[in-house]
Design a protein around this ligand. Structure first.
Ligand SMILES: [Zn+2]
Ligand SMILES: [Zn+2]
Length: 328
Protein backbone atom coordinates (compact mmCIF):
# COMPACT_ATOMS: atom_id res chain seq x y z
CA UNK A 1 0.00 0.00 0.00
CA UNK A 2 1.04 3.59 -0.53
CA UNK A 3 -0.10 7.04 0.57
CA UNK A 4 -0.65 9.28 -2.45
CA UNK A 5 -1.33 13.00 -2.57
CA UNK A 6 -4.84 13.80 -3.80
CA UNK A 7 -3.57 17.06 -5.34
CA UNK A 8 -0.57 15.92 -7.37
CA UNK A 9 -0.36 12.12 -7.12
CA UNK A 10 2.99 12.29 -5.31
CA UNK A 11 3.95 10.08 -2.37
CA UNK A 12 2.68 11.62 0.92
CA UNK A 13 4.87 10.98 3.95
CA UNK A 14 4.64 11.59 7.68
CA UNK A 15 6.50 14.78 8.62
CA UNK A 16 8.12 14.45 12.08
CA UNK A 17 8.24 18.18 12.76
CA UNK A 18 4.80 19.14 11.41
CA UNK A 19 3.42 15.97 13.00
CA UNK A 20 1.13 15.44 10.04
CA UNK A 21 1.08 14.00 6.53
CA UNK A 22 2.89 16.07 3.97
CA UNK A 23 3.50 15.89 0.23
CA UNK A 24 7.14 16.72 -0.62
CA UNK A 25 6.16 17.39 -4.27
CA UNK A 26 3.43 20.05 -3.89
CA UNK A 27 4.03 20.78 -0.18
CA UNK A 28 0.35 20.28 0.68
CA UNK A 29 -0.55 18.94 4.11
CA UNK A 30 -3.09 16.27 5.02
CA UNK A 31 -3.86 15.65 1.35
CA UNK A 32 -3.08 11.93 1.54
CA UNK A 33 -5.13 9.03 0.27
CA UNK A 34 -4.32 5.44 1.15
CA UNK A 35 -4.08 3.17 -1.87
CA UNK A 36 -4.39 -0.32 -0.43
CA UNK A 37 -3.58 -2.31 -3.55
CA UNK A 38 -0.09 -3.65 -4.17
CA UNK A 39 1.96 -6.75 -3.70
CA UNK A 40 5.06 -7.92 -1.87
CA UNK A 41 6.89 -8.28 -5.17
CA UNK A 42 6.27 -5.04 -7.06
CA UNK A 43 6.16 -1.34 -6.27
CA UNK A 44 2.55 -0.12 -6.09
CA UNK A 45 3.64 3.16 -7.65
CA UNK A 46 5.93 2.25 -10.56
CA UNK A 47 5.57 -1.53 -10.79
CA UNK A 48 9.33 -2.17 -10.53
CA UNK A 49 10.34 -5.39 -8.74
CA UNK A 50 10.99 -4.72 -5.04
CA UNK A 51 14.47 -5.50 -3.80
CA UNK A 52 15.45 -6.16 -0.22
CA UNK A 53 12.09 -7.52 1.00
CA UNK A 54 12.79 -10.22 3.56
CA UNK A 55 10.52 -12.24 5.85
CA UNK A 56 10.28 -9.35 8.35
CA UNK A 57 10.07 -6.26 6.11
CA UNK A 58 6.93 -4.20 6.70
CA UNK A 59 7.87 -0.92 5.01
CA UNK A 60 10.53 0.07 2.50
CA UNK A 61 11.61 2.53 -0.15
CA UNK A 62 11.30 1.52 -3.80
CA UNK A 63 14.82 1.49 -5.24
CA UNK A 64 13.46 2.56 -8.62
CA UNK A 65 11.06 5.48 -8.01
CA UNK A 66 11.90 6.30 -4.39
CA UNK A 67 8.30 5.88 -3.12
CA UNK A 68 7.76 4.66 0.42
CA UNK A 69 5.64 1.53 0.51
CA UNK A 70 3.94 -0.33 3.33
CA UNK A 71 3.38 -4.07 2.94
CA UNK A 72 -0.26 -4.75 3.75
CA UNK A 73 0.24 -8.37 4.88
CA UNK A 74 2.77 -7.16 7.46
CA UNK A 75 0.53 -4.60 9.14
CA UNK A 76 -2.56 -6.75 9.61
CA UNK A 77 -3.67 -9.47 11.99
CA UNK A 78 -1.05 -10.75 14.42
CA UNK A 79 1.69 -8.77 12.69
CA UNK A 80 0.00 -5.44 13.28
CA UNK A 81 1.79 -3.37 15.91
CA UNK A 82 -0.19 -2.29 18.98
CA UNK A 83 1.72 0.93 19.44
CA UNK A 84 4.02 3.23 17.51
CA UNK A 85 6.29 6.05 18.59
CA UNK A 86 6.29 8.35 15.55
CA UNK A 87 9.51 9.99 14.39
CA UNK A 88 9.94 13.36 16.10
CA UNK A 89 13.27 14.21 14.43
CA UNK A 90 13.59 14.94 10.72
CA UNK A 91 16.40 13.62 8.54
CA UNK A 92 17.95 17.12 8.48
CA UNK A 93 17.91 17.25 12.28
CA UNK A 94 19.45 13.75 12.53
CA UNK A 95 22.19 14.81 10.10
CA UNK A 96 22.84 17.93 12.20
CA UNK A 97 23.16 15.74 15.32
CA UNK A 98 25.77 13.56 13.59
CA UNK A 99 27.73 16.60 12.44
CA UNK A 100 27.60 18.04 15.94
CA UNK A 101 28.91 14.76 17.38
CA UNK A 102 31.64 14.00 14.84
CA UNK A 103 32.29 17.27 12.99
CA UNK A 104 35.10 18.47 15.23
CA UNK A 105 37.01 15.19 15.34
CA UNK A 106 40.12 15.81 13.26
CA UNK A 107 40.80 12.29 11.98
CA UNK A 108 37.29 11.74 10.61
CA UNK A 109 37.41 10.91 6.87
CA UNK A 110 36.28 13.76 4.60
CA UNK A 111 33.46 11.75 2.99
CA UNK A 112 31.95 10.77 6.37
CA UNK A 113 29.96 13.94 6.81
CA UNK A 114 29.62 14.81 3.13
CA UNK A 115 26.18 15.69 1.81
CA UNK A 116 26.21 12.77 -0.66
CA UNK A 117 26.96 10.16 2.02
CA UNK A 118 24.49 11.57 4.54
CA UNK A 119 21.68 11.56 1.99
CA UNK A 120 21.77 7.75 2.27
CA UNK A 121 20.55 7.93 5.86
CA UNK A 122 17.15 6.24 6.28
CA UNK A 123 14.62 6.27 9.06
CA UNK A 124 13.58 2.86 10.31
CA UNK A 125 10.98 1.60 12.75
CA UNK A 126 12.54 -1.05 14.97
CA UNK A 127 10.18 -3.69 16.41
CA UNK A 128 10.09 -3.91 20.20
CA UNK A 129 8.26 -5.95 22.77
CA UNK A 130 7.20 -3.91 25.78
CA UNK A 131 6.52 -5.96 28.91
CA UNK A 132 4.58 -5.16 32.04
CA UNK A 133 5.57 -7.10 35.15
CA UNK A 134 4.50 -7.06 38.75
CA UNK A 135 7.51 -7.80 40.90
CA UNK A 136 6.84 -9.17 44.39
CA UNK A 137 9.87 -8.82 46.63
CA UNK A 138 10.06 -10.75 49.87
CA UNK A 139 13.16 -10.18 51.97
CA UNK A 140 14.32 -11.08 55.45
CA UNK A 141 17.75 -10.39 56.89
CA UNK A 142 19.74 -9.77 60.04
CA UNK A 143 21.65 -6.54 60.31
CA UNK A 144 23.83 -4.72 62.82
CA UNK A 145 24.78 -1.13 63.32
CA UNK A 146 27.98 -0.53 65.26
CA UNK A 147 28.80 2.76 66.91
CA UNK A 148 32.01 3.59 68.77
CA UNK A 149 32.19 6.30 71.41
CA UNK A 150 34.73 7.33 74.02
CA UNK A 151 34.22 8.09 77.69
CA UNK A 152 37.48 9.17 79.34
CA UNK A 153 40.05 6.50 78.49
CA UNK A 154 37.40 3.92 77.71
CA UNK A 155 36.26 3.13 74.19
CA UNK A 156 32.70 1.94 74.10
CA UNK A 157 31.49 -0.15 71.18
CA UNK A 158 27.75 -0.44 70.93
CA UNK A 159 26.19 -2.96 68.54
CA UNK A 160 22.48 -2.76 67.70
CA UNK A 161 20.81 -5.78 66.11
CA UNK A 162 17.99 -5.51 63.59
CA UNK A 163 15.59 -7.91 62.03
CA UNK A 164 15.08 -6.51 58.54
CA UNK A 165 11.89 -7.41 56.71
CA UNK A 166 10.78 -6.04 53.36
CA UNK A 167 7.66 -7.01 51.47
CA UNK A 168 7.07 -4.94 48.35
CA UNK A 169 5.14 -4.96 45.13
CA UNK A 170 6.85 -3.07 42.32
CA UNK A 171 4.92 -2.54 39.08
CA UNK A 172 7.17 -2.38 35.99
CA UNK A 173 5.64 -0.87 32.91
CA UNK A 174 6.87 -1.12 29.33
CA UNK A 175 10.22 -2.81 29.82
CA UNK A 176 11.62 -2.63 26.28
CA UNK A 177 13.32 -5.48 24.43
CA UNK A 178 14.11 -5.03 20.77
CA UNK A 179 12.63 -7.75 18.60
CA UNK A 180 14.96 -7.32 15.64
CA UNK A 181 17.79 -9.77 15.17
CA UNK A 182 19.67 -7.52 12.75
CA UNK A 183 19.83 -4.70 15.31
CA UNK A 184 22.61 -5.36 17.81
CA UNK A 185 21.14 -5.64 21.34
CA UNK A 186 23.78 -3.37 22.83
CA UNK A 187 23.02 -0.65 20.28
CA UNK A 188 19.33 -0.71 21.09
CA UNK A 189 20.04 -0.69 24.83
CA UNK A 190 22.23 2.38 24.29
CA UNK A 191 19.44 4.10 22.31
CA UNK A 192 17.45 4.23 25.53
CA UNK A 193 15.77 6.11 26.98
CA UNK A 194 12.75 6.70 24.77
CA UNK A 195 9.94 8.78 26.19
CA UNK A 196 7.14 6.25 26.12
CA UNK A 197 4.45 8.81 26.95
CA UNK A 198 4.52 9.71 23.25
CA UNK A 199 3.45 6.20 22.17
CA UNK A 200 0.31 6.20 20.03
CA UNK A 201 -2.00 3.51 18.77
CA UNK A 202 -0.59 2.13 15.54
CA UNK A 203 -1.68 3.71 12.27
CA UNK A 204 -0.17 3.07 8.84
CA UNK A 205 0.36 6.76 8.09
CA UNK A 206 3.21 7.07 10.63
CA UNK A 207 5.19 4.51 8.62
CA UNK A 208 5.02 6.41 5.33
CA UNK A 209 8.47 7.86 4.64
CA UNK A 210 10.34 5.20 6.60
CA UNK A 211 11.45 1.59 6.57
CA UNK A 212 10.07 -0.91 9.03
CA UNK A 213 10.13 -4.46 10.31
CA UNK A 214 7.73 -6.72 12.17
CA UNK A 215 8.94 -8.59 15.26
CA UNK A 216 11.50 -11.27 14.38
CA UNK A 217 10.44 -13.51 17.27
CA UNK A 218 7.40 -13.95 19.50
CA UNK A 219 6.95 -12.14 22.82
CA UNK A 220 8.14 -15.29 24.66
CA UNK A 221 11.43 -14.96 22.78
CA UNK A 222 12.27 -11.64 24.40
CA UNK A 223 11.07 -12.50 27.89
CA UNK A 224 14.42 -13.65 29.20
CA UNK A 225 15.94 -10.22 28.63
CA UNK A 226 12.91 -8.43 30.07
CA UNK A 227 12.97 -10.61 33.20
CA UNK A 228 16.69 -9.94 33.66
CA UNK A 229 16.04 -6.18 33.52
CA UNK A 230 13.10 -6.41 35.95
CA UNK A 231 15.07 -8.62 38.41
CA UNK A 232 18.10 -6.33 38.28
CA UNK A 233 15.98 -3.24 38.92
CA UNK A 234 14.04 -5.00 41.72
CA UNK A 235 17.37 -5.93 43.38
CA UNK A 236 18.61 -2.36 43.09
CA UNK A 237 15.39 -0.99 44.54
CA UNK A 238 15.52 -3.48 47.42
CA UNK A 239 19.15 -2.54 48.18
CA UNK A 240 18.24 1.13 48.22
CA UNK A 241 15.79 0.45 51.06
CA UNK A 242 18.24 -1.44 53.31
CA UNK A 243 21.24 0.86 53.45
CA UNK A 244 22.99 2.28 56.51
CA UNK A 245 23.82 -0.93 58.39
CA UNK A 246 27.34 -2.04 59.35
CA UNK A 247 26.67 -5.67 58.49
CA UNK A 248 23.76 -7.27 56.74
CA UNK A 249 23.12 -10.99 56.30
CA UNK A 250 20.31 -12.29 54.11
CA UNK A 251 18.13 -15.00 55.63
CA UNK A 252 15.94 -15.29 52.59
CA UNK A 253 15.22 -13.30 49.49
CA UNK A 254 12.62 -14.02 46.90
CA UNK A 255 11.82 -11.96 43.81
CA UNK A 256 8.79 -13.19 41.97
CA UNK A 257 7.96 -11.71 38.59
CA UNK A 258 4.48 -12.00 37.24
CA UNK A 259 4.00 -11.05 33.60
CA UNK A 260 0.92 -8.94 33.13
CA UNK A 261 1.04 -7.91 29.51
CA UNK A 262 3.23 -7.57 26.44
CA UNK A 263 2.69 -5.17 23.54
CA UNK A 264 4.27 -4.98 20.12
CA UNK A 265 5.60 -1.47 19.48
CA UNK A 266 7.59 0.28 16.76
CA UNK A 267 10.30 2.73 17.80
CA UNK A 268 12.05 5.24 15.50
CA UNK A 269 15.76 5.13 14.61
CA UNK A 270 17.72 6.97 11.92
CA UNK A 271 20.32 4.62 10.44
CA UNK A 272 23.43 5.78 8.61
CA UNK A 273 25.61 3.15 6.92
CA UNK A 274 29.05 4.37 6.00
CA UNK A 275 31.56 2.33 4.01
CA UNK A 276 35.17 3.21 4.56
CA UNK A 277 38.30 1.33 3.46
CA UNK A 278 36.29 -1.85 2.91
CA UNK A 279 34.59 -1.73 6.30
CA UNK A 280 30.98 -0.87 7.09
CA UNK A 281 30.33 1.48 9.98
CA UNK A 282 26.85 1.87 11.41
CA UNK A 283 25.49 4.97 13.09
CA UNK A 284 22.17 5.30 14.84
CA UNK A 285 20.30 8.40 15.90
CA UNK A 286 17.32 7.99 18.22
CA UNK A 287 14.39 9.20 16.08
CA UNK A 288 12.69 10.76 19.08
CA UNK A 289 15.46 12.24 21.26
CA UNK A 290 18.36 12.68 18.80
CA UNK A 291 20.82 10.64 20.88
CA UNK A 292 23.74 9.48 18.66
CA UNK A 293 25.33 6.01 18.87
CA UNK A 294 28.46 5.02 16.91
CA UNK A 295 32.24 5.12 16.94
CA UNK A 296 34.23 7.55 14.82
CA UNK A 297 35.81 6.00 11.73
CA UNK A 298 39.48 6.99 11.77
CA UNK A 299 41.35 8.05 8.68
CA UNK A 300 44.89 6.81 9.44
CA UNK A 301 46.41 8.80 6.58
CA UNK A 302 44.91 11.95 8.00
CA UNK A 303 46.33 11.01 11.41
CA UNK A 304 49.84 10.55 9.95
CA UNK A 305 49.63 13.81 8.08
CA UNK A 306 48.55 15.56 11.24
CA UNK A 307 51.40 14.18 13.38
CA UNK A 308 53.89 15.04 10.63
CA UNK A 309 52.65 18.61 10.67
CA UNK A 310 52.76 18.82 14.45
CA UNK A 311 56.24 17.19 14.48
CA UNK A 312 57.43 19.77 11.99
CA UNK A 313 56.02 22.59 14.06
CA UNK A 314 57.71 21.35 17.25
CA UNK A 315 61.05 21.11 15.44
CA UNK A 316 60.74 24.65 14.15
CA UNK A 317 59.68 25.91 17.60
CA UNK A 318 62.73 24.20 19.23
CA UNK A 319 65.07 25.75 16.69
CA UNK A 320 63.57 29.17 17.37
CA UNK A 321 64.04 28.80 21.13
CA UNK A 322 67.63 27.59 20.62
CA UNK A 323 68.31 30.53 18.35
CA UNK A 324 66.88 32.99 20.91
CA UNK A 325 68.86 31.44 23.76
CA UNK A 326 71.96 31.15 21.61
CA UNK A 327 72.35 27.38 21.97
CA UNK A 328 72.79 25.31 18.76
ZN1 LIG B 1 1.13 16.67 -3.71
ZN1 LIG C 1 8.56 2.35 -7.43
Amino acid sequence: MIFKCKNCGGNSVYHPEKKRMWCPHCESEDSEELIESGSMENCSNCGAPLEGVNEHTSALKCGHCGSYLILKERVEGEKRADLILPFAITKEQAVAKLKEEFGRRIFTPDTFLSHASLQLMEGSYVPFWLYNYLSRVDYEGRATRVSVSRRGNTEITETSHYHVVRKMEIPFQRIPVDASTRMADDVMDLMEPYEYEALLNFEEKYMSGFEGEVYNFSSQGGEERARQKASRDSEQFLSSTIGGYTTNTTIHKNINLEKEKSSFALLPVWVYKYDFQGKEYLYHVNGQTGKVIGKTPTDNKKGLLYSATVGGLILIACQCINWITGVF
